[in-house]
Design a binder for this molecule. Sequence first.
Ligand code: CMP
Length: 146
Amino acid sequence: DHERTFVMIKPDAFARGLVGNVISRLEDRGLKLVGIKVINMPEERAEEHYAEHTDKPFFDDLIEFITAGPVVPMVWEGQDATRQVRQMIGETDPLEADSGTIRGDFALDLGRNVVHAADHEDEGANEREIAIHFDEDELIDYDQHD
Ligand code: CMP
């Protein structure tokens, strides 16, 4: 399916100067960038974004971490974009992320794992997460290859 997927560079990656690297990897794959911004995420938005984890023991740490420094929410578009991005990012736990994936190459820690991407097994995740972080007019329409 040609689709849009939500991806966010986390504060650990921002602080380490990995923004360009992550974007390059997604561009190189052929995905199309249709929305991007730099923000300090408000706590309420972080709680909404991670609502499914509200009852998890790591929830408070997760909110504290994701609001601790700049993040880069993005929307990428392309063929099977959600699964493509998930595969490029690798497993949530860096110990299980293959080398060659973003987490496998750049992360050691389960919490500080460089990027978030919408879960392809969660049917409404992309629409929900895009709506939390972007207004529709912030997503642009253009031809990728001129
Ligand atoms: P993310 O894909 O952003 O979704 C939820 C995040 O919670 C996850 O990446 C991890 O960075 C973070 N996290 C912290 N501790 C855990 C844990 N024990 N299990 C799963 N996710 C965790």
